[in-house]
Design a protein around this ligand. Structure first.
Ligand code: VGL
Ligand code: ZN
Length: 211
């Protein structure tokens, strides 16, 4: 892929670079902290940056701890469909929910919090896991005039995946900056993510082409 020079129509969407998704955190993504240098570099290159922050109340329904007899990483069926259960993570106001200390995020123009409704999870920055409840991000990006969305962050195969898929479905030109992501990778989920991106026409790119 040739060089991409960020323009005014472009937004960098940095997904969930939070302590709980980094080594030592409650739901650590292997080598999750390694995305930080690449993301810091990208933040300097884009004029417009939006962050997401996973932001759950205590006792959130995606936590295995509230489902008697269920273990983290197992699946349950919710009224909106299947839901993977997770260790308690990204509790509103906790240090685990803070952005990674090394991320230079102060330039971000908007922080969108998600997963704050007790009864429903939200992987995507655009829609909750029922695939119908909007977070408001589509309207925000449209009203700001953005037409291209560049995704990076954690985890490649969950929140980055669902955010990029919804961005594309909402008719934004969508790119995922693969070296600025890390995956949880359970049951082939990273490979399935790549397959889905190619089926949907989501471009996987390397951060070095953005300059
Ligand atoms: C995420 C699982 C649960 C993510 C958030 O950011 O990918 N994954 N909550
Ligand atoms: Zn979560």
């Amino acid at each position: 892929m040739s060089v991409i020079k960020p323009e005014q129509r472009d937004v960098l969407l940095v997904i969930d670079v939070q302590n709980d998704f980094c080594p030592g955190g409650a739901l650590e993504v292997p080598r999750g902290d390694e995305v930080v240098p690449a993301i810091n570099d990208l933040i300097t290159r884009f004029d417009h940056v939006v962050l997401t922050q996973d932001w759950h109340p205590q006792g959130h329904s995606s936590f295995a701890s509230v489902h008697p007899g269920k273990n983290p990483f197992s699946e349950v069926s919710m009224d909106y469909g299947p839901q993977t259960l997770w260790p308690d993570h990204c509790i509103q106001g906790s240090s685990g929910a803070d952005f990674h200390d090394g991320m230079s995020w102060s330039k971000a123009e908007m922080v969108i919090r998600k997963g704050f409704r007790s009864g429903i999870d939200s992987y995507s920055a655009f829609f909750e896991n029922d695939k119908t409840t909007p977070t408001g991000l589509t309207g925000y990006l449209r009203e700001r005039g953005f037409t291209r969305v560049f995704c990076a962050g954690l985890a490649f195969d969950f929140c980055v995946r669902y955010s990029a898929e919804d961005a594309k479905r909402q008719r934004f030109e969508t790119f995922v900056i693969e070296d600025a992501c890390r995956a949880i990778d359970m049951q082939g989920s990273a490979a399935a993510t790549r397959d889905s991106f190619s089926a949907l026409g989501i471009d996987l790119i390397n951060s070095t082409v953005v300059r």
